[in-house]
Design a protein around this ligand. Sequence first.
Ligand code: NAD
Length: 360
Amino acid sequence: MTTTPEAAPAVAGGRLGLAVVGAGYWGPNLVRNAQATPTLRLQWLCDLDVGRARAVLGPYSTVEATASLADVLADPAVHAVAVATPAATHVDVVLAALEAGKHVLVEKPLAATHADGAKLVTTAAERGLVLMLDHTYVYTPAVQRIRSLVREGDLGDLHYIDSVRINLGLVQRDIDVLWDLAPHDLSILDSLLPHGVQPVAVAAHGSDPIGAGHACVAYLTVQLSTGAIAHVHVNWLSPTKIRTMILGGSARTVVWDDLNPSQRLAVYDRGVDRTDPESVSRDVAAEARVSYRLGDMVAPALPEGEALRAVMAEFVSSIVDGRAPLTDGRSGLRVLAMLEAASQSLANGGAFVPVERSTP
Ligand SMILES: NC(=O)c1ccc[n+]([C@@H]2O[C@H](COP(=O)([O-])OP(=O)(O)OC[C@H]3O[C@@H](n4cnc5c(N)ncnc54)[C@H](O)[C@@H]3O)[C@@H](O)[C@H]2O)c1
């Protein structure tokens, strides 16, 4: 994408004016990180509950609180809007911001449906505006390192991916556990798959043992174009919190344990290799089809840092440079395509459903 000159305000010496919309659970994190970003100036915090917005800002803030999105969008000092309202409202709020000529950072998921998400991507492209997804985990040092391990070939061919994201979670009223938690795993997957490797079909199984009205526990299998599979387990009902992802490759396997700050990543030169049948005598060939590689484990040093700070930096620099951000609207659409296929699969008893490929 290229932004128009009006759409890419000069920030040299100045700062990009930002409004945050939504001051619930996640919005305050955007507020805090925007205020810690020297190239941003937070102008407004907007929430339908203006008292909530005021409480987030505190009594001495010069940032304006409002319940009126129209007032925010009419302000020429606002160049960009960060949206942290519930997913079902994204299409209206984001569309209004884009139509007012503002760049947009929107929380995951991009929208409640693929069709709504496509409308947002098309509008941003037509107007030369940045539309970026806050796929927060993609900006963590751990995912950045895994991405380079995968893309530079250190893991070899990907054999499988296994992701677990479970804890006693907030049981959402409007969406199931897949739409609440799996966007994290799916956006990570989207960001690190090697070029040319795509999800082709998704199967999902879920259950609602507490009668919440939708799945609280779910298992998702994503079939990749190479024949490998990625599996995601999300669960709001687990008393223990687990955040792990294993990426098994033909050369190495990386284990990411996000709750272990002293060793978030471990790269194992261990695995199972197939023995070349030519290299063993005929009578042992039947038993010796595989061999076990038991090499070293290396725990890479990772910088500590809040991912949302990197999200803000990427948002600003994509606007200033007139380029697509790492997690652009199309990445949000690819995640929506997998979520929609997952919902269809859940409704169809867990059968594989092809993932929609077309993007605007
Ligand atoms: N990136 C992450 O790790 C992460 C984590 C949690 C939530 N989220 C995402 O953030 C978004 C918000 O989630 P939440 O848990 O903060 O929700 P929430 O319900 O706690 O807060 C949403 C806020 O938006 C306000 N709001 C609703 N519609 C509005 C409108 N039209 N204009 C102005 N304000 C409006 C509500 O009054 C409420 O205060 C969701 O998309 C969610 O998926 C992302």
